[in-house]
Design a protein around this ligand. Structure first.
Ligand code: GLN
Ligand code: ZN
Length: 780
């Protein structure tokens, strides 16, 4: 059967998506104004349409074609997976009453899926591949009725067309959509969302027809699910789904050209499967993966070479990228240039950074600079290398300057890292440490503590803002923070906590605070990236060799310790988390960079210890998040990540107790790694999973201290004494009492004081109930 998608050639240069939050976070502000009632739905739609138009205009200014399908329609009010859920009508039954008679969902309903309402919990949120972006998890069951329930994708294409643009609609592809789904509440045990593929495909087909009718020549279907091995679906099932999905959609008669994009890694065995279908273009991530070998069918496809890294902020080796594009030409006559991923992960524009050093700016490429790079390489592809010799040489010169710039290589930092030996990564044996710590700390059974931060009040934030603006003197700022520490310490004594924290009032953010105080980092003014929904983060830039000019946290911790006879726990952010939540230099392996951060932290821990701090917690909430998508890369990652934690913490005496905190409850894949961290006490998230995690720990034979969080701080709810007692009892069913610590799930920074105080009182009451019942002796 002849297929005649109404497509002209695929554009020679394109991107997989553009940041949608706005250069000054306009979308965030508008969406939050809508949530608070300060903006109407119509006004919000007007702001959004304005942002979409600004993006199209900007991409044309930067060198993209107006009518060649190079501009992706990658806008979303909240999340692209949520958009797909809504487009295919997969609304969970608990939200059924939000759906109008004609099957559509208004903006309020859309946001309700993301944010929940009353008893109806929001869709679960989880990390998007190995990025810092979080998507909403579809819930699919036998009861899900798929139907084309939203034409927003079509409308946005039509909106662009009316403005004189021929853009490329974009949505999550059907296989990835189902791979990322979880079974709905109604689904029977063992149900696999992927089993609904054949019911979902007609909706995609119908949408393709609508887009073709509207005049779309190409559509982009994102299929990153195909590159990941971390998904709990047998690979053979995934490959069969690819064959079936693109078999069906490829044969669909009235449709735009199909561009299937596979960011975040190499397609591996999914490539021949895809190449055997009738899709017209395949997007390859050639930053993470390498140029594939020829497979049957590939020569007939347009190969969209993702050579510009969409996931980092470096200007990089443009000539090298061009070479890779050239080598792809051996596989097909039709080759295009692209980013490796959507530009969602990078800020808008380096030119918005007025206070970064000029040299650093010349090494960077944010979204707009990456678009220019793509356009440049695309020009080279059509006009020949000579046509772009100038920009290639400029990029090479910047790269060369970077490699020799002061601060990028610091001789003393390197010498120190090179001299490390195995013993620098090892503490004394655990039994000796345990008895030394018991003697030094004199803690009761089931010791109680918190994860570090206390609520960041408006007063604290205002004081910091004034201090940064220069309207509050450093000394006055310090006094205000000390006063806050005094209040927090007194509060903890009154509540009866055993291990006291200073509350972290001086920290704007647990990573940025350290970035601001270490050499080798820079902080941006407008470098926001979307984390989820309207939430944005402003990652620091780790550009040079890292060292610690002066102690960072010691004064605060020592001050807190001066106010109480109970042990104060010093609080640091671990090397892996500092890397995970920053933009990290790309000119050396991550493990090498992590070691430098570790050495700086090791000095900090040494100073804390010397100043009388007996417990130090090194938070690693991101340990799991950086785990590579391909299993073959796990061992190397776990080796350097665990090693860097050990390097940071192994310099202390036996009696100094090292804690760590991890922010997730799926221990499974990293349990071995957590054991290898060799922290004396590990606190984890457990309340949401009703302590499921403690059973995994028991199964893993973990014998160090463990604080299974019993108070879920992700909700303003105050847990009752009975509920907390039951959770603690559950923990004690699996873990010997001598190992168990009592603490909340995570830091209290985002909570209000009332609920926090009430919840902590209940946590202590529950601990007393359990201690008494078990006849535990208070004081060892
Ligand atoms: N110590 C940090 C805090 O309490 C830990 C935060 C985190 O785990 N993300 O805020
Ligand atoms: Zn946490």
């Amino acid at each position: 059967m002849p297929i005649s998608p109404a497509s002209s050639a695929f554009p020679t240069g394109t991107i997989l998506g553009y940041p949608r939050i706005g250069r000054r976070r306009e979308l965030k502000k508008a969406v939050e104004a809508f949530w608070s009632g300060a903006m109407s739905a119509g006004e919000l739609e007007t702001v959004a349409a304005g942002l979409r138009q600004a993006t199209r205009d900007r991409l044309v200014d930067l060198g993209f074609g107006r009518t060649d399908s190079s501009i992706p329609e990658s806008f979303s009010y909240y999340d692209q997976v949520l958009d797909t859920i809504v487009a295919v009508g997969a609304i969970p039954t608990r939200f059924a009453e939000l759906v109008a008679a004609d099957g559509t969902l208004d903006l309020t309903g859309y946001f309700t899926l993301a944010r929940g309402e009353g008893e109806n919990l929001p869709l679960e949120m989880t990390k998007w591949f190995d990025s810092n972006y979080h998507y909403l998890v579809p819930e699919i069951g036998p009861e899900t009725v798929f139907s084309l329930a939203s034409d927003r994708i079509v409308r946005e294409f039509v909106e662009a067309k009316a403005a004189g643009f021929l853009t490329r609609p974009q949505l999550v592809g059907p296989v990835t959509f189902l791979l990322l789904s979880k079974a709905s509440d109604e689904a029977p045990a063992g149900f696999s969302p992927l089993s609904r593929l054949n019911d979902l495909l007609p909706v995609y087909a119908a949408l393709l027809t609508r887009l073709a009718d509207a005049g779309a020549e190409w559509v982009q279907l994102d299929e990153p699910g195909l590159v990941s091995e971390s998904i709990d679906v047998p690979r053979a099932d995934t490959l069969a789904a690819v064959a079936s999905a693109y078999g069906v959609l490829g044969q669909h008669r009235i449709r735009p050209g199909l561009f299937v994009a596979a960011p975040y890694g190499s397609l591996d065995d999914a490539l021949p499967v895809l190449a055997a279908t009738a899709v017209e273009a395949i997007g390859l991530d050639l930053v993470r993966g390498s140029v594939p070998l020829a497979v049957p069918g590939l020569a007939e496809k347009t190969l969209v070479a993702g050579v510009i890294d969409g996931h980092n902020i470096w200007r990089g080796d443009l000539a090298g990228a061009f070479e890779i594009v050239q080598s792809v030409r051996a596989l097909s006559d039709s080759v295009s240039v692209c980013t490796s991923t959507s530009l969602l992960h990078v800020p808008h524009d380096v030119r918005d950074e007025k206070s970064l050093p000029a040299a650093l700016v010349s090494w960077l490429a944010f979204a707009d600079q990456k678009v220019i790079q793509v356009a440049t390489l695309a020009r080279g592809l059509t006009a020949g290398r000579a046509a772009i010799a100038g920009p290639l040489a400029d990029a090479a010169a910047a790269l060369a300057a970077r490699s020799t710039a002061p601060g990028v290589h610091d001789g003393s930092v390197r010498a120190r890292a090179a001299a490390l030996t195995d013993s620098d990564f090892r503490r004394g044996n655990y039994a000796d440490r345990l008895s030394a710590q018991d003697a030094a700390l004199q803690l009761p059974a089931l010791p109680t503590t918190t994860i570090g931060s206390f609520p960041q009040t408006a007063d604290i934030r205002r004081a910091r803002a004034r201090f940064l603006k220069g309207t509050l003197a450093a000394q006055d700022y310090r006094n205000l923070m000390r006063a806050e520490i005094g209040r927090v310490v007194a509060l903890q004594e009154e509540i009866g906590l055993d291990v006291i924290v200073h509350g972290e009032p001086e920290r704007n953010d647990m990573v940025q605070y350290f970035a601001e105080n270490l050499d080798g980092f820079a902080v941006t003014e407008n470098g926001w990236v979307q984390s989820y929904g309207s939430r944005c983060t402003r990652p620091s830039i780790l550009w040079g060799d890292v060292s610690r000019p002066t102690p960072i946290t010691v004064d605060w911790s020592v001050y807190a310790q001066s106010l109480t006879a109970k042990p104060v726990k010093g609080m640091l952010t671990g090397p892996v988390t500092i890397l995970a939540w920053s933009f990290v230099r790309d000119d050396q392996p991550l493990g090498e960079t992590a070691r430098q951060v570790s050495l700086a932290l090791r000095d900090e821990i040494g100073d804390l210890e010397a100043a009388g701090i007996k417990i130090v917690q090194v938070d690693e909430p991101a340990l799991r998040e950086l785990l590579p998508l391909k299993k073959k890369n796990h061992a190397d990652y776990l080796d350097w990540s665990v090693g860097s934690f050990r390097l940071a913490t192994a310099g202390v005496a036996d009696e100094t107790q090292i804690h760590t905190h991890l922010c997730y409850s799926e221990f499974g894949v990293v349990i071995e790694a957590i054991r290898n961290l060799d922290a004396d006490v590990t606190s984890i998230e457990a309340a949401r999973s009703r302590m499921e995690v403690v059973r995994e720990i028991e199964a893993g034979g973990f014998d160090h201290g463990i604080g299974a969080g019993i108070y879920d701080i992700h909700s303003p709810r105050v847990p009752s004494v009975e509920e907390l007692t039951a959770l603690l009892d559950t923990a004690l069913e699996s873990i010997p009492e001598r190992q168990v610590w009592v603490n909340p799930d995570c830091g209290l920074k985002t909570r209000g004081y009332d609920e926090t105080v009430h919840s902590l009182h209940n946590m202590l009451a529950a601990t007393r109930v359990v201690r008494e019942r078990r006849g535990a002796v208070v004081g060892v």
